[in-house]
Design a protein around this ligand. Structure first.
Ligand code: ATP
Length: 505
C-alpha cells in the first residue's frame, strides 16, 4: 500500500528543502519519527545518518583524511565536531541528544555548525521525547512537534494490517464500513506502535480487530500517561437539583460537536468554568455533561503534570494536550483548577518559572485550540485563580454555583431520596427545604444518609422526623464560612453568570 504524506512530513520536507540547519523534533514515537525522516530524506535524495550515544553514526560518516590528528573526545562532542568536515546533502538524525544541550561546548558547537550545515545542504535533527531547549539555542533551532497519528493515518494503518492478514486462515478481515469507523475512532489517541500492538493482541485473542479491545488498551495507555484518566461518568442531568440556567446552557449545546452544528455555522464550544461554594454540584455537573453530550470524559490531574525531572513538566502538559486532542471529541475535566496553578505568580522564585511556563502552555492552548475538546474546570477559591484564566476567550462562560435556594433544596431532597429508593411524596419536602437554609447539596445528601442510619438502627423506615432531627444536629459549612462565601458572591456578581435563575437572597 502506498505511503501517504502527513502534514508533519510536509512541514519537515519544506524545512529540509529550505536548508534549515537545526531542527528539534519532539515526540514519544521515536520509530515512527525515524521512518518519516527516512522517507523525507529519500524523497529529497539526501543521505540519512542516524546517531545514537551507543553506536555513533549509522551508516558511519566518511572518515577523516589519513594523518589528521584524532583527539579523544566524548561521543556527543565528537558527533558534532565530525560535522565540520566537508560533506554535502545529508540529514543527520541525533537520537536522545537532549541531555547534552546544557553543555556550553555543545551549545557553542551547534551555533558554529549552523551556517556550515546550511551552506552544505545538511539538516541536523534532534529527536527526543522531551523538549529541553536552552535559551541560547532558541533562535537557532526550529522545534517541530510530531502529532499522534491522525484519523487518516490510523485508517491507513488498519487497512494495511487487514490486508496483511488476508490469507491467514480463520481471521476475519472483512470489516463493514461502520465497524471500521469504530475501530479508527477507538484507536485515536494511541501511538502507531501501540496501535500495532493492540491490533496484534486483538487478532490473537479474537481472530479479528475489535474496537472493544482497542478501547480497553486505550484506557490503560491514557492512564499510563500519568496525567489523564478515563472517567466513566454515571451522573445525568436529572441527578442535579436546581442550577436551571446552567443546565439549559448545557442542553442547548448538546449537539454542538455534530457535523450538522458545524454546517449550521456554530463554533465548537471551548469550555466552561464552574466556580462556587463547596458541595454545590460543580463536580456533579462536570460529570453529567459527559453523559448529556455522549462524549468520553478525561480527568486531567494537573498536579501530576509537575514532574521531578527538569523539562518533564512541560512535556507532560504537551502530552496531556496531545492525548486529549487525539481522543477528541471529548470532555476534559479539571477539578480544583485554582490548586493546579496557584503557584504561577511566585513561580520565578520557587521553581525557576516551571509553573508559569506550564500555565502559559495551557492558556495558549485554551485560547487557540481547534480540536473539539470541551474543557470543564471547577474551582472553589477565586483568590488563588490566576486572573489570566478569567479573560474573555478562554472559556465560553463562567458560572457561579451558589448555595441552593429553597425550591432547589426541595428538588435535591427529592433526588437523593429517590436515589435511596424512597418515594419523595411520602416526605414533607417543603418543610425540609425551609429548615435547611444555608445547606449545600452535599450536606443535604449527608442529612439523608445520617437519617437512614438512625431509622435502620431503630428498625423502622425513614420518616420526615428522622430527617428533621438530623438537620438540627448539622451545622452547615456556610455558617462557619460565612465571610468567605459572601466575598465569593460579591466577586462572582461582577464576573460570573449565576447558575440558577433566582440567585440567593
Ligand atoms: P467541592 O468543591 O467540594 O468538590 P462540588 O461543588 O464539586 O464541591 P460535588 O462534588 O458536585 O460538589 O457535590 C458533592 C455531592 O453532593 C454530589 O455528588 C451530589 O451527590 C451532592 N450534590 C451537590 N449539589 C447537588 C445538586 N445541586 N443536586 C443534587 N445533588 C447535589
Amino acid at each position: 500500500m502506498e505511503a501517504m504524506e502527513t502534514p508533519f512530513e510536509r512541514e519537515l520536507e519544506v524545512l529540509v528543502r529550505a536548508r534549515y540547519p537545526l531542527l528539534y523534533v519532539v515526540t514519544p514515537e521515536e520509530r515512527r519519527a525515524e521512518e518519516l525522516v527516512r522517507l523525507t530524506a529519500n524523497r529529497l535524495q539526501k543521505r540519512l545518518h542516524i546517531w545514537t550515544l551507543t553506536r555513533g553514526y549509522e551508516p558511519p560518516l566518511p572518515l577523516p583524511p589519513e594523518g589528521e590528528r584524532r583527539e579523544r573526545l566524548s561521543p556527543e562532542i565528537e558527533a558534532l565536531t565530525m560535522l565540520f568536515r566537508p560533506y554535502e546533502n545529508a540529514v543527520l538524525l541525533l537520537k536522545d541528544f537532549h541531555p547534552y544541550l546544557n553543555d556550553a561546548r555543545v551549545i557553542r558547537l551547534l551555533r558554529d555548525l549552523s551556517p556550515r550545515l546550511h551552506s552544505s545542504g545538511r539538516t541536523l535533527i534532534l529527536l527526543s521525547p522531551l523538549l529541553k531547549l536552552p535559551s541560547e539555542l532558541e533562535k537557532e533551532l526550529t522545534v517541530l512537534e510530531m502529532p499522534l497519528p491522525s484519523r487518516e493515518e490510523i485508517a491507513h494503518k488498519l487497512r494495511e494490517i487487514l490486508l496483511m492478514l488476508r490469507d491467514k486462515p480463520g481471521v476475519q478481515t472483512e470489516v463493514p464500513p461502520d465497524e471500521f469507523e469504530e475501530l479508527v475512532q477507538a484507536a485515536q489517541g494511541l501511538t502507531m506502535e501501540e496501535i500495532e500492538n493492540v491490533c496484534a493482541r486483538s487478532i490473537v485473542e479474537h481472530r479479528q480487530l475489535k474496537a472493544g479491545v482497542i478501547l480497553t488498551e486505550k484506557q490503560q495507555i491514557v492512564r499510563k500517561s500519568g496525567v489523564l484518566e478515563y472517567y466513566a461518568a454515571q451522573e445525568r442531568l436529572e441527578d442535579i437539583g436546581g442550577l436551571d440556567v446552567l443546565k439549559e446552557w448545557l442542553r442547548k449545546r448538546r449537539a454542538a460537536f455534530s457535523e450538522q452544528a458545524r454546517e449550521f455555522g456554530l463554533p465548537t464550544p471551548k469550555g466552561v468554568l464552574l466556580l462556587g461554594v463547596q458541595g454545590c454540584g460543580k463536580s456533579l455537573t462536570a460529570k453529567a455533561i459527559a453523559n448529556l453530550w455522549g462524549l468520553p470524559m478525561l480527568r486531567f490531574d494537573v498536579g501530576r503534570v509537575f514532574g521531578s525531572l527538569v523539562g518533564a513538566s512541560e512535556a507532560n502538559m504537551r502530552l496531556a494536550i496531545r492525548t486529549a486532542e487525539a481522543v477528541a471529541p471529548c470532555i476534559l475535566w479539571i477539578d480544583e483548577l485554582e490548586k493546579a496553578f496557584s503557584g504561577v505568580q511566585s513561580s520565578s522564585m520557587s521553581d525557576a518559572g516551571t509553573t508559569a511556563r506550564v500555565f502559559a502552555t495551557f492558556l495558549t492552548w485554551l485560547q487557540e485550540k481547534k480540536a473539539p475538546v470541551f474543557v470543564v474546570a471547577t474551582a472553589n477559591d477565586v483568590s488563588l485563580l490566576p486572573p489570566e484564566l478569567l479573560r474573555k476567550g478562554r472559556f465560553d462562560e463562567i458560572f457561579f454555583l451558589d448555595l441552593p435556594t429553597e425550591s432547589e433544596r426541595e428538588q435535591i431532597f427529592a433526588i437523593h431520596l429517590r436515589k435511596r429508593k424512597r418515594d419523595p411524596a411520602q416526605f414533607n419536602l417543603k418543610q425540609l427545604a425551609q429548615v435547611t437554609k444555608g445547606f449545600s447539596g452535599a450536606e443535604i445528601e449527608q442529612v439523608i444518609i445520617g437519617a437512614l442510619f438512625t431509622a435502620f438502627d431503630a428498625g423502622r423506615d425513614l420518616t420526615t422526623d428522622d430527617l428533621l432531627a438530623e438537620i438540627k444536629a448539622t451545622v452547615p459549612l456556610s455558617v462557619m464560612m460565612r465571610e468567605e462565601i459572601d466575598e465569593l458572591r460579591t466577586w462572582a456578581q461582577l464576573r460570573a453568570r449565576p447558575a440558577s435563575q433566582c440567585p440567593h437572597s
